[in-house]
Design a protein around this ligand. Structure first.
Ligand SMILES: [Zn+2]
Ligand SMILES: [Zn+2]
Length: 142
């Protein structure tokens, strides 16, 4: 995604394209390894210390998540990780190193209506848990 595309997607979601929001989006497009809010802040701040306090960065991140441009991946017991990839995908979270990896998208069958009651389902995605490739091979060789 280039600069214009970032601007367009921000505006398309009704968000003003502020330098901070732009910086957060740009960082997430370039770093697809699901960084934490702290990592995003560090990098955005390093690039331009004038324009981002920690609170601003975190608020912008919230706005982007709410607007649907950024996805928050909750990792139990660790900091949430963020993802700006437009393509739908599932996630794999490693029990040992906490790494969050993308799993290619495939449609998940929607639960039958008795499970949902009156809730309205927007999407249905999976989180796989276990050992990532690196940790799994380390485990075997021991
Ligand atoms: Zn791992
Ligand atoms: Zn992801």
């Amino acid at each position: 995604m280039d600069a214009e595309a970032i601007k367009r997607s921000l505006q398309g979601s009704g968000l003003r394209c502020t330098p901070q929001r732009y910086a957060v989006m740009e960082f997430l497009m370039e770093h697809t390894g699901h960084p934490t809010a702290a990592e995003i802040f560090e990098s955005v701040n390093r690039a331009d210390p004038r324009c981002s306090s920690k609170a601003t960065t975190y608020n912008n991140l919230r706005d982007l998540v709410k607007a649907g441009l950024v996805r928050e991946v909750a990792v139990e017991g660790r900091a949430a990780r963020f993802d700006a990839k437009g393509m739908r995908h599932h996630h794999f979270i490693c029990d040992r190193c906490g790494n969050v990896e993308d799993v290619k998208w495939y449609a998940v069958p929607r639960p039958a209506s008795p499970f949902l009651g009156k809730r309205r389902l927007r999407e249905c995605e999976l989180i796989f848990r276990g050992l990532c490739t690196k940790c799994a091979t380390r485990h075997e060789s021991r």
